[in-house]
Design a protein around this ligand. Structure first.
Ligand code: BEZ
Length: 252
């Protein structure tokens, strides 16, 4: 699927009951992600870490839904394993997992591995992750192979960038940008199971607000419009080329 494509309105069976995608999504942002198979180690850590950070997705108005070509019954049994392995998932498992045994949705959403795509019996989904906007359009796509688990901090970071730049259409976020936000303790690391259990018990986190890092002003924005758009200031960088295309601000 290409960026900007409209995600089709599919029906699916999930661990939280049947859904019609558009109805389930409403006006929210969405992370829809596939994994190769239930009862596999890396997938267990991915679904677990995303569940642990469920509050971070909720805070951003993002609904999360997982997918694989396994049976719903397997998903339900596997969730008990995920909860047992990731000791810091509070309460019920927070998001639905789609059961797509016939692989129809996997094909529709372009999540199938190229090597196995012609054999429907064994075709495996890759680690595809789609961030979908409230307009149901694909805003960002990541595809990782089975060998490599995804990073939840990076997923949250790109959501922050997508939401900021959809609100403020005159900027873009540079490499390694983060929005500052709250300082976190041990957040997102696959630390020892004992440590995660201790963290789960820690009700009070020492959070402080950090400043966001600078963002880039888009080239089409005219210099004369900058004071109105960014009253707290803009930095213009002199380049050897003599072209002033790097203009930054923290006023957002
Ligand atoms: C895993 O999640 O560990 C995994 C799944 C499929 C193939 C390889 C690894």
């Amino acid at each position: 699927m290409r960026l900007g494509a409209t995600i089709p309105n599919f029906k699916a069976e999930t661990t939280q009951g049947p859904i019609k995608f558009y109805e389930w999504l409403g006006d929210s942002w969405c992370v829809l992600f596939s994994h190769p198979a239930d009862f596999t180690p890396v997938c267990t850590t991915e679904l677990g870490r995303i569940a642990v950070h469920d509050h971070e997705f909720k805070k951003r108005g993002v609904k999360v839904i997982a997918h694989s070509c396994d049976k719903l019954k397997d998903h339900k049994d596997w969730v008990a394993d995920i909860k047992s392995y990731c000791l810091d998932i509070p309460g019920d498992f927070p998001y639905p997992i789609i059961g797509d045994e016939k692989r129809e949705l996997a094909v529709l959403l372009d999540m199938i591995d190229e090597d196995s795509k012609d054999d429907p019996e064994v075709a495996m989904t890759v680690r595809a992750l789609y961030i979908i906007g409230p307009d149901k359009k694909l805003k960002l796509s990541m595809q990782y192979p089975a060998s490599t688990g995804r990073n939840v901090d990076e997923i949250l970071r790109v959501i922050d960038s997508l939401q900021l730049t959809s609100r403020l259409k005159v900027i873009a976020t540079p490499a390694n940008w983060t929005d500052g936000g709250e300082a976190k303790e041990n957040d997102g690391d696959e630390v020892s199971r004992e440590e995660t259990a201790r963290n789960a018990k820690k009700e009070q986190k020492t959070a402080s607000v950090l400043p966001g890092t600078k963002v880039m002003i888009l080239p089409h924005v005219k210099d004369e419009d900058l004071p109105k758009l960014f009253p707290k200031g803009v930095e213009k960088i002199n380049m050897p080329s003599g072209i002033t295309y790097v203009r930054t601000t923290t006023d957002y």
